[in-house]
Design a protein around this ligand. Structure first.
Ligand code: ATP
Ligand code: MG
Length: 392
């Protein structure tokens, strides 16, 4: 029996004139992923992507899991293919679904035909299929209100498809349809989640990590690269830029008042991120900030940080509490890596009493004690770029 995956579009169906662009972006990304799992044909018709294995070596299960991490897809179906006649549909339904239904008590059948020339109506298809399944699974009972399994028969253009229900897809919009942005990626819980949330809105990600060797370790960098690889399973392969802040931090400690360290450092980060974005063709920045979470994330502190860049800064976690962020981190599989105990450059030289209501003028006075442009130039010289190939 032949199996196929059907991916149902999410929000793309709402797109008017641009729809073709979104569909093409999605199909391109899907073809790229499919190539990692063997030989598949990928085509789209009627708001559905069809993924068909072309030989026995194609890994349909792996492809299914990868498809569930593809933004732009609302639902994923693994179905058996039948010819467009009732004899074939019933034979396939019995053979394909009997194992699934074996341990279940109740079911119902829902049929849909997009081919209106098919001789039977949808209720008729449902009825006949239900009868056939009862003949091979006599322990079953039909329950139209809350069945354990909903069997679906879809009669489409080229074939009919039989399956036991749709799995939830990742939702959102296809990556690349929303431009490219630079994710400030630390080793924490929040920034991988922030990146994932923006990728979900169709944004292609590139990352920037600030390290501070020898105050931060090689393991801290490895951890961030691992996090980038985990996010890439959803968002696609990405470049991770690494910049050293060591010298800037040492100068801050030498010349500025302790209570301003974090704020000043964050402004340097924004300026370096803005330069990196220009170099790498990113049109916005993304951070994992959440209002009130720490001293540098009060409204006043965020204003001071924001004033260091002209780019839009997306902060998708801003209104979320830690519990909600952790929930997503677990779901996308970054949590366990995020909680590994390596230091971040923000946690070395942290002030005991950071300013929580900073005034920009005061911060600028502190900054004037430093040769900011020279420090930025030097730090930018340390930029390294690492390519993280997604393992879908
Ligand atoms: P996270 O859990 O993402 O590390 P956080 O709660 O620890 O966030 P901060 O350390 O104040 O908060 O950092 C706020 C945001 O600044 C981070 O979400 C991230 O986007 C960025 N950031 C912090 N440290 C770094 C770093 N070393 N490299 C790149 N970006 C960073
Ligand atoms: Mg952090």
């Amino acid at each position: 029996m032949k199996e196929i995956l059907l991916l149902k579009y999410g929000e793309i169906v709402l797109k008017g004139a641009n729809r073709r662009f979104f569909e093409d972006t999605l199909a391109k990304e899907l073809r790229y992923r499919a190539a990692c799992f063997g030989n598949f044909s990928v085509r789209y018709a009627q708001s559905t992507l069809y993924i068909e294995p072309l030989n026995d070596f194609a890994d349909l299960e792996g492809m299914l899991e990868a498809a569930r991490r593809l933004f732009g897809v609302a639902g994923v179906v693994r179905a058996a293919v039948a010819e467009k006649n009732m004899e074939s549909i019933l034979a396939v339904a019995k053979e394909y679904l009997a194992p699934t239904l074996a341990g279940k008590k109740t079911f119902k059948v829902e049929a849909k035909r997009s081919d209106k020339l098919f001789p039977l109506s949808s209720p008729e298809i449902s009825r006949e299929t239900g009868g056939a399944l009862l003949s091979v699974c006599p322990h079953l009972r039909v329950d139209v209100h809350s069945p354990e399994v909903t069997v679906r028969v879809e009669v489409r253009d080229n074939a009919a498809y039989v399956h036991a229900g749709q799995l939830k897809g990742a939702g959102g919009l296809p990556v690349g349809a929303g431009g490219k942005a630079l994710l400030l990626l630390s080793g924490g819980i929040d920034s991988p989640v922030a990146g994932w949330m923006m990728a979900k809105r169709g944004v292609r990600l590139e990352a920037l990590y600030f390290e501070s060797m020898p105050y931060t370790s090689e393991q801290a960098r490895e951890k961030v690269l691992d996090l980038a690889a985990l996010v890439a399973r959803w968002s696609g392969s990405m470049q991770v830029n690494v910049i050293s802040l060591t010298h800037i931090q040492e100068e801050l400690v030498k010349h500025c008042d302790e209570e301003y360290f974090t704020l000043l450092l964050r402004r340097f980060m924004m300026k370096l991120a803005t330069r990196t974005a220009a170099l790498r063709g990113c049109e916005a920045l993304i951070t994992g900030e959440s209002l009130g979470q720490v001293a540098s994330q009060t409204m006043q502190a965020i204003n001071v940080t924001n004033a260091a860049t002209d780019l839009a800064v997306f902060r998708p976690c801003i209104g979320m509490d830690k519990e909600e962020i952790v929930q997503i981190a677990r779901m996308i599989d970054t949590f366990e890596t995020s909680i590994l105990p390596y230091e971040d450059c923000c946690t070395v030289f942290t002030p005991k009493h950071p300013k929580t209501r900073p005034e920009l003028t005061k911060v600028l006075e502190q900054e004037a004690r430093l040769d900011v442009d020279k420090l930025l130039d030097e730090a930018f010289e340390t930029l390294e770029t690492v390519y993280i190939r997604a393992k879908f």
